[in-house]
Each structure stands twice: as C-alpha cells, then as structure tokens.
Design a protein around this ligand. Structure first.
Ligand code: NAP
Length: 301
C-alpha cells in the first residue's frame, strides 16, 4: 500500500460501465423483438432490508429499459402457493428472468424455490443445473454476487492467474461459486468456513482474500499479508450502519486494494444481474428454450 492508503475498488464506476452496455443490448433487443425483456422479482412477505434491495433492482431495470415486475406473495402463503406463482412466471413468455428475494420465511424450504425455477430463467444461478454447469466449466447463469466479487477484480485489472486466493465462506450463493470462478481464473484457491482451524493462517497466506461470512469485522488487518487485495462481500447492519465482514480501518493499513462496504461489491452485483437478464432474454428469443446448446466458459478449467 502507498502512504495514501490502499486503492479503493469502487463498485459504482464498474456498475455504470456494465449498465451502459446493458442499455445498448436492451435497445437492440427491443428493436429486433418489439418489446423490452421483463425481470420478475418475487418477494415473499414484506421485509424492510429486502424491500430496499428490491427497489434498487427495480430502479436499475428502469434505467436501462428493462421492465421490472414486482410479484408480492403474502408471508403466510403456503409452499404450494409459492410454487404455483413461480410456475406461472416460468410459463409467461414475457418474463425472461426470475429472482426470488432471500431470505424466505423460515417455514418455506429453499428447495421449494430452487426446484421450481425454470433453469433458463434462473438468472441468479440457484438451480442445480446452473450450479452444475458452473462446476463443469460451462456457461450457465452464475450466482450474481459471486460473479460480482470476481468481476470487480477483473475489471480493476488485478491479476488472478497463479495467485493464492483465500475464500472465507462456502455458501452455495457466494463462497462456493466464487471459489469455482477463481479456479476458472487459474488462481490457487483455499476455501475456509466456520470450522476452519486457524483462519488467520489461511488469510495471511493469501494474495487475494474474498470474504463472504456474514460476520461483521471478522477479518482484521493482522490477519492479512502486506499488499493483499481484499474483496468484502459481507453486508451487515450494525448500529443502523452498513458494514462488511472486514474491519476496514485495520485492513486498510495493510491491504494494497480493498472494496468498501457499502459501495463495493453491491453495485456491481446489481448491474451484473441485468446482464444475466438480457442474456436470458436473448437465449429464449433465439431458441425458445433458454440455454440451447451448451458452451464451455472462456478459459479452460
Ligand atoms: P451464509 O449462507 O450465512 O454463509 C456464510 C459462510 O461463512 C458459511 O460458509 C459459514 O461457514 C462461513 N462463516 C461463518 N462464520 C465464520 C467464521 N467465524 N469463520 C469462517 N467462516 C465463517 O451467507 P452468504 O449468503 O454466503 O452471505 C455472506 C455475506 O455476504 C453476508 O454478509 C451477506 O449479507 C452478504 N451478501 C452480500 C451480497 C452483495 O451483493 N454484496 C449478496 C448476498 C450476500 P459454515 O458453512 O461452516 O457455516
């Protein structure tokens, strides 16, 4: 790091760049097909933090010409009713992509959503088909937050090939897919979780640390090697403030580059979701069945 502190990896300029491309793609789609693609956002039960996030997504849709459709399902709805609503969206030819806002009410198993979503409309990469495509190196839909954690590094020209990367977190939505994406970038990857013995040993050994644990301030400066690049995926509310999983102040004294929270991974996630939607719309329009032929992703695994 320099005497001015680490390089801040800001999400906003990257998100703006991504949205500009999406806006062009949406205009071209509209020109060819005569209608704008629709993103359906399903909200089960009203919940304040999710509602803020959803409004951001709907605003982003509007900015780039995508039609955002909010589908509100009462929090007391049964699993069967939720399944029925998702099936209706699967069958709706105007709807190109579906996201279901998490967390679901505790009594609704996640599998109700995952198993019902049409993989061709699963633009947040939850369905086992998309998870399987990612693990085999095909181009399925990526879990958007994991995609954002890697994209922010790529677009900031931070080399990944051959570098030691430690992931903190192994969830299906962030940690695990981010680890697979880093492998795709030819990094040497270590995955840590709540049972990892001596977490600091693994984070200190890494040149790039990606943290998605949901524990505020889990990673402190003394757990990083000098010059490390830090991507903080965590979003936690502490004393009415949004904070990440990395203790920004101590980490900034050691890191060479770091994503802030808020303002790092979040905006990029939001913008990338729109790119996934456009891709889904294009695939459905050209072959009527979503993925069509499978393609191996860019680099060899
Ligand atoms: P999650 O499903 O709760 O998974 C958390 C992971 O962290 C688990 O693998 C867990 O280990 C691990 N972990 C928890 N405590 C740990 C500890 N003390 N040491 C090491 N590992 C630990 O959470 P998630 O859905 O992946 O989300 C992670 C964070 O990202 C949350 O703060 C969430 O709000 C945020 N997030 C951000 C965005 C965005 O757009 N920026 C989007 C989604 C989520 P085990 O597997 O052993 O339990």
């Amino acid at each position: 790091m320099t005497s001015e502190g680490p390089r801040l990896l800001l999400g906003a300029p990257i998100a703006a760049e991504i949205r500009a491309t999406v806006a062009n793609d949406v205009a071209a789609f509209r020109g060819r097909r005569g209608f704008a693609p629709t993103l359906a956002v399903v909200l089960v039960g009203k919940d304040a933090p999710s509602a803020v996030y959803l409004n951001q997504i709907l605003r982003s849709c509007e900015k780039v010409g995508i039609t955002g459709r909010l589908v509100e399902i009462p929090g007391r709805a049964s699993s069967a009713a939720i399944r029925h609503e998702i099936e209706a969206l699967n069958a709706d030819p105007m709807v190109a992509g579906i996201i279901v806002q998490m967390p679901l009410p505790k009594r609704i198993p996640l599998t109700v959503v995952i198993d019902t979503l049409d993989p061709a409309k699963d633009i947040d990469g939850l369905h086992p088909r998309n998870a399987g495509l990612l693990s085999l190196g095909y181009d399925g839909f990526l879990p958007t937050t994991a995609h954002a954690a890697v994209e922010i590094l790529k677009r900031s020209s931070i080399p990944m090939s051959g570098r030691r990367v430690t992931l903190v977190g192994r969830s299906n939505v962030v940690g695990k897919p981010a680890a697979l994406l880093m492998l795709r970038e030819h990094a040497t990857v270590t995955i840590c979780h709540s049972r990892t013995a001596d977490l600091a040993h693994h984070t200190r050994d890494a040149e790039i640390v990606i943290v998605a644990a949901g524990v505020p301030g889990l990673i402190t400066g003394d757990m990083l090697s000098p010059g490390a690049v830090v991507v903080d995926v965590g979003i936690n509310v502490v004393n009415d403030r949004l904070v990440g999983d990395v203790d920004f102040e101590s980490a900034s004294r050691v890191a060479s580059a770091i994503t802030p929270v808020p303002g790092g991974v979040g905006p990029v996630t939001n913008a990338l979701l729109l790119t996934h939607l456009v891709r889904a719309a294009q695939a459905q329009a050209s072959n009527g069945r979503g993925h069509g032929a499978l393609h191996l992703a860019g680099s060899r695994q």
